[in-house]
Ligand binder design. Structure first.
Ligand code: NOJ
Ligand code: MG
Length: 610
């Protein structure tokens, strides 16, 4: 969301940060850098002797570690409203997803994460839940859901659900009873006595975070919309109630959860404390970014909550020996140790949104900075992950440009750790212009046209582009809930499947297969040539194969000597190329002289070294 707000707001903040970061030395980790070259070479030698290898300062063993399913798959995020409509009402649904499971398998994806499908008045499209243990009729019913689980599992695809613990809908029966002061629900939310707000706390969606409730005559706290009252995690009954929500879905076969807005889960108990100004001169007075969130964000109490969920997941793991996955949404992490503490709390990973924030001003050094922000800061046992898009942020083609879609997918799928792909990114779908009248994102639309233009998230939530037919094959109905991109006539799954080798979809599929190689699954990473244009790295296992991945993220053609960075290795064979436009001179299977590799902006190669 931060990125949505900041990038759609047209501010150049990130660009500025990126530019600065390119000049800074990478913070830590095994960076292939002139200054440290000799030390690195010695360490590498030692590592080889000890039959261990490195990425980002971490050591993996040979023979290979035993990896869990969530460490070997791509996670594919589906926004259910927009994936496939099966009943012609213009909104995607569970049966639609079932129809597309074979497509998902064809991507070599083995896990899907569904944004919320639970009962909801849809003020925030399911991130406002009115019944945590039922399916919203828009999407189907529990029987459809059970069918989805078995159809997915039949195909070897795991299912991850969104878990929204910070807030419910104001129409949830718990909130209705809480308003009336009925026990135990009266304590399920964060209330304070009537009168003025007790403090200056602000909503992430702008304006005061306190709203007066006419029935109870008290104010309630909401970190997000007025219709999303925050749940009170200091209330023991609520904690157990939510544990039972996790149990409910795991009993139906769910394999894991993505936890929404985890950093907002606790507020300090002393409500008289005002949050200090952030000092950011670029933001409006009532913007959440105008404050520092000492009392409402990342409170240490969250640790206990995550540990309890992990215990609940373990109950199910103990039954069948199958790992249950827990990933938490960490939106803001100025200090990388903030997001990494969620590993210690018991999450398998906190989402790493660093690459989601990059734009065209981020060249080779800058990409390295962000990659190293992850790889250089993990401790033993902490598994890396990278995310390049989601339902709150602009699409890659729109923030980086169409020419960089293949480059970004090449990066995402060849880095260490678990990659998360937002539906449609495998095609390089672009943001779609959604007018104020067509707009659906109420947190933005409710604040007027100008605000909507800056902060609406509709543009990246438009329907999946399946074929050249009406509404891109998304719905047989008359009106899709958001407009389908006009490019769907030529930019769709069908056309990209039959097109030449170089369509984003075909490349994505090949990269996803290549990821199965041990060196990409768990192998080491060393940086190769890195400059303002090029970001490159070598993935390898000690006894097995070794690949060079090199991508031009800059603005200029770059001709570089890779042989030096590879200790004199002169020859390699091209395994994959981004293929799109560019120099046009590289083909799969070509033997390459690594002394002089020329790459155009947006062009990337995977080269087999041994
Ligand atoms: C983060 C979700 O990704 C976003 O879509 C939602 O609006 C907020 N959390 C509130 O649930
Ligand atoms: Mg439908």
């Amino acid at each position: 969301m931060e990125t949505a707000m900041r990038q759609r707001g047209g501010r150049e903040k990130n660009a500025g940060h990126d530019a600065v970061s390119t000049r800074q030395p990478a913070p830590s980790g095994m960076v292939y850098h002139h200054r440290t070259k000799i030390i690195v070479l010695l360490l590498l030698l030692l590592a080889v002797l000890a039959r261990v290898f490195l990425w980002g300062g971490r050591v993996a063993e040979d023979p290979p570690p035993s990896l869990s399913w969530w460490q070997t798959t791509i996670i594919y995020q589906i926004y259910p409203r927009s994936y496939q409509d099966s009943d012609g009402d213009g909104v995607g649904d569970i049966r639609g997803i079932i129809q597309r499971l074979d497509y998902i398998r064809s991507l070599n994806v083995r896990a899907i994460w569904l944004s919320p499908i639970f009962r909801s008045p849809m003020r925030d499209f399911g991130y406002d839940i009115s019944n945590y243990t039922d399916i919203d009729p828009t999407f189907g019913n529990l029987e459809d859901f059970d069918n989805l689980i078995s159809a997915a599992h039949d195909r070897g695809i795991k299912v991850i659900l969104d878990f929204v613990p910070n807030h419910s809908s104001d129409l949830h029966p718990w909130f209705q009873l809480s308003r009336q002061g009925v026990a135990p629900y009266k304590d399920y939310y964060v209330w304070t006595s009537p009168g003025e707000p007790p403090n200056n706390w602000l909503s992430l969606f702008r304006g005061p975070a306190w709203t007066l409730d006419s029935v109870r005559g008290e104010l309630y706290y909401h970190a997000f919309m007025v219709q999303q009252p925050d749940l009170n995690w200091r209330c023991a009954q609520l904690v157990e109630e939510m544990n039972n929500v996790l149990r409910f879905w795991m009993s139906r076969g769910v394999d894991g959860f993505r936890v929404d807005a985890i950093q907002n889960m606790f507020e300090t108990e002393n409500l008289s404390l005002n949050e200090p100004p952030s000092g950011d001169p670029d933001v409006e007075k009532d913007s959440w970014y105008s404050l520092r969130h000492d009392y409402t964000f990342d409170l240490p109490e969250i640790g206990g909550a995550v540990r309890r969920w992990r215990d609940v997941l373990n109950e199910y793991e103990a039954l069948d020996g199958k790992a249950r996955y827990l990933v938490v949404e960490t939106l803001f992490d100025n200090d990388v140790s903030i997001r990494n503490q969620y590993y210690d709390y018991g999450a398998d990973m906190p989402f790493n949104f660093d690459l989601l924030r990059v734009n065209r001003s981020c060249g080779g050094h800058c990409i390295q900075h962000y990659v190293n922000r992850e790889l250089g800061h993990l401790s033993q046992g902490q598994w890396p992950n990278f995310v390049v898009g989601n339902h709150d942020n602009p699409r890659v083609a729109s923030k980086m440009g169409k020419d960089f879609v293949n480059a970004v997918n090449m990066l995402l799928l060849t880095l260490p750790g678990t990659p998360t792909t937002y539906y449609g990114e495998e095609l390089g779908m672009s943001d779609v212009h959604v007018s104020f009248d067509q707009g659906q994102d109420l947190q933005a639309k409710g604040q007027g046209e100008e605000y909507f233009r800056k902060y609406s998230r509709d543009a990246s939530r438009t329907p999946m582009q399946w074929n050249e037919g009406k509404h891109g094959g998304f719905t047989s109905g008359c009106v899709p809930w958001l407009p389908v991109s006009q490019t769907s006539s030529y930019e769709n799954v069908e056309s990209q499947t039959v097109s030449s080798q170089s369509s984003p979809l075909n490349l994505y599929r090949k990269l996803a297969v290549l990821r199965n190689e041990p060196c990409f699954q768990y192998g080491g990473l060393e940086y190769g040539v890195v400059n303002d244009n090029i970001f490159s790295y070598i993935r390898s296992t000690p006894a097995g194969e070794s690949y060079l991945v090199t991508i031009n993220f800059g603005h200029d053609v770059s001709i570089d000597n890779f042989a030096d960075a590879l200790n004199g290795v002169r020859l390699g064979e091209i395994t994959l190329t981004t293929g799109n436009l560019k120099s046009g001179k590289y083909h799969v299977g070509d033997k390459m002289d690594l002394y002089q590799l020329e790459l155009y902006p947006g062009e990337g190669l995977v080269i087999k070294l041994r």
